[in-house]
Design a protein around this ligand. Structure first.
Ligand code: IPD
Ligand code: CA
Ligand code: CA
Length: 254
């Protein structure tokens, strides 16, 4: 492997400092709308620019795909970046938001990091080497009774306009489980499954940059990552991440 984890952690933590500077001065933060209900801030743009520059400089062999700037030429081996996942929470001073960075090589995630600066939680994984939070190995929960489970989900702003929104599924899952969480960052939600803080997470109509890093971290922590039909893999439009124990019970509700 041609990447250095310590270097990547430093770059991503430095990006976190840039985001935190804005987070601690929200009164002066420039917030715009890409389209109705879809916010972007100066912090999103600055963090992405920083990551793109740093990753290009240190790893010129890889391409780049960032939510705010789009795709570069080399997309076979590429960084996939969401500079701030949970922008709306960020812009309101809430703590669940993150910087998500994945490295995909030939269609497979080989590195993923999700850093939640306001929580000071740094999740990362390299393929085949386990998943870690702040340097400590993590794993999924042992809970095997759906009735007792705590489940995360999200309601994407753009999905509200689709006929296939997640409300019917949400009602089914809510009635069959102990509690629901909507924390505001899909990348963090998936890491919480990896860390056993949630038993499962599901969402519709996400993009690869929302879930790429988290999905590798979750898999390395022992989670199942599938679509709503049970196909293995990362399917951002229909993603279901579970601790494995409640997978079949939850899949039926999808
Ligand atoms: C959003 C977050 C949120 C999810 C939305 C995403 P953004 O990402 O992941 O949890 O529900 O669907 O769009 O826009 O803050 O990067
Ligand atoms: Ca996102
Ligand atoms: Ca984002």
């Amino acid at each position: 492997m041609t990447i250095s984890q310590p270097l990547l952690e430093k770059i991503i933590r430095d990006a976190g400092e840039i985001a935190l500077k804005h987070f601690h001065d929200l009164k002066h933060l420039n917030v715009e709308k890409k389209q109705p209900r879809d916010f972007v801030t100066a912090a999103d743009v600055e963090v992405e620019q920083f990551l793109q520059t740093q990753l290009r400089e240190n790893y010129p062999q890889f391409g780049f795909w960032g939510e705010e700037s789009g795709q570069s030429e080399n997309q076979t081996n590429r960084w996939i970046v969401d500079p701030i996942d949970g922008t709306h929470s960020f812009s309101r001073g809430q703590y669940y938001w993150s910087i998500s960075v994945a490295l995909e090589m030939d269609g497979e995630m080989v590195f993923g990091a999700v850093f939640a600066p306001a929580l000071n939680d740094f999740y990362c994984a390299e393929k085949g080497k386990g998943a870690f939070r702040n340097g400590v190995k993590i794993g999924v929960s042992d809970l095997d009774e759906l009735n007792d489970a705590m489940i995360g989900t999200g309601f994407a702003c753009l999905r509200a306009y689709l006929e296939n929104n997640n409300l019917a599924r949400f009602c089914r899952v809510a009635q069959a489980t102990a509690s629901q969480r909507r924390l505001g960052s899909a990348a963090v939600d998936i890491c919480l499954v990896a860390d056993g803080q949630l038993d499962a997470f599901w969402e519709q109509e996400l993009n690869l940059y929302d879930v790429a890093a988290g999905a590798l971290i979750a898999k390395e922590a022992g989670a199942t990552v599938t679509d709503f039909q049970g196909n293995d893999g990362i399917f951002p439009k229909q993603i279901l991440v579970t601790n494995g124990k409640i997978y079949h019970q939850l899949l039926t509700l999808m």
